[in-house]
Design a protein around this ligand. Structure first.
Ligand code: AMP
Length: 319
């Protein structure tokens, strides 16, 4: 995740919650991608604070640093080094076609080269560790497809080097939509009122945001004719409650929207409260986060350096 903006329930349901679930089944590396964050200007002091915040949120969600690795991208220089080598095998046309690039570029007067290269750096983050599976929200599927294309292109030019990774999406919550506008995905960079529920929002604020969520002109839940706002609220509930489609239908059919929103707000608050308590405890332990991040970088650096050494050797570079 990028240490920019405030993490929201979309980040949690689309990614973080699943990371916790899979960490005992795979050898996991969870990265805080600060080099991606600087594709838009970040205040240096705020960026430094955000990196710690994201690390604490990972741990508060249940990532166990004894089981998984938590690290910061810029602490392992091999990420930038591999990104350059991959840039040189990536046609510009592939990058210009990326939906996220087109959407972000359309909002800016001048676009940094970094914004265009963003998915190449993401490919480097993944291929550096020969990752087999990348658990992300649906908005990252296209970047994962590109990562596969880059890996295959490199392998065909220079010989088998990279594992071609698979994408793992959650069955529910892969795309949480904005509460103010359910036609747009919930996004950290969106500043409109009542857009997102932040993972560190107080219960009152969460209640207010959800009670003001956009629904549709029906009075109550009708699964046949439900608009995107109602479907979004139902899927937020389902992802937090971990119940089946049938249970959702049985529970909510005919429920008035006011009651639906209250029920959704209560489950979100009840799930985030213990999470926020753990967060406060983690940030109050002097030196703990720094130790976790230092140890994370130390653990992965040999893997990353080995991949870069192989790539340099394959490409005929000097080492
Ligand atoms: P980012 O916000 O770009 O740093 O994304 C961090 C992770 O959260 C990625 O795996 C995204 O796919 C996921 N994510 C971001 N926004 C959403 C959303 N609205 N719904 C589901 N997953 C999301």
């Amino acid at each position: 995740m990028q240490p920019s903006g405030n993490l929201h329930i979309g980040n949690y349901l689309g990614a973080l919650k699943n990371w916790v679930r899979i960490q005992n089944d795979y050898e996991c590396i969870f990265c805080i991608v600060d080099l991606h964050a600087i594709t838009a200007y970040q205040d240096p002091a705020q960026l430094r604070a955000k990196i710690r915040e994201i690390a604490a949120l990972y741990l508060a969600a249940g990532i166990d640093p004894k089981v998984s690795t938590v690290m910061v991208q810029s602490a392992v220089p091999a990420h930038s080094e591999l990104a350059w080598m991959l840039t040189c095998v990536t046609p510009v046309g592939w990058l210009e076609r990326m939906t996220q690039y087109k959407m972000k570029a359309a909002k800016q007067e001048s676009v940094s080269d970094g914004l265009l290269q963003y998915p190449v750096l993401m490919a480097a983050d993944i291929l550096l560790y020969q990752a087999g599976i990348v658990p992300v929200g649906e908005d990252q599927s296209q970047h994962l497809e590109l990562t596969r294309d880059i890996a295959q292109r490199f392998n065909s030019l220079y010989g088998d080097t990279f594992v071609v990774p698979d994408t793992s999406l959650p069955t529910v919550g892969a795309r949480v939509m904005g509460l103010n506008d359910p036609t747009q995905k919930m996004s950290k960079s969106e500043t409109a009122a009542n857009h997102a529920v932040g993972l560190l929002d107080a219960p009152d604020k969460i209640r207010k945001t959800i009670m003001r969520a956009t629904t549709d002109s029906n009075p109550a839940v009708d699964f046949e004719g439900a608009g995107p706002g109602v479907l979004n609220l139902l899927s937020i509930y389902q992802a937090f409650a971990e119940v089946s489609d049938q249970e959702i239908k049985d529970r909510f059919t005919g429920m008035r929207y006011g009651d639906l929103k209250k029920t959704v707000a209560e489950i979100v608050i009840s799930r985030l409260e213990p999470f926020q308590e753990r967060y406060r405890k983690i940030v109050s332990e002097p030196g703990y986060l720094e130790d976790v991040l230092r140890e994370g970088a130390r653990r992965v650096e040999p893997i990353a350096n080995q991949t870069v050494a192989t790539v340099k050797e394959r490409m005929g570079l000097y080492s």
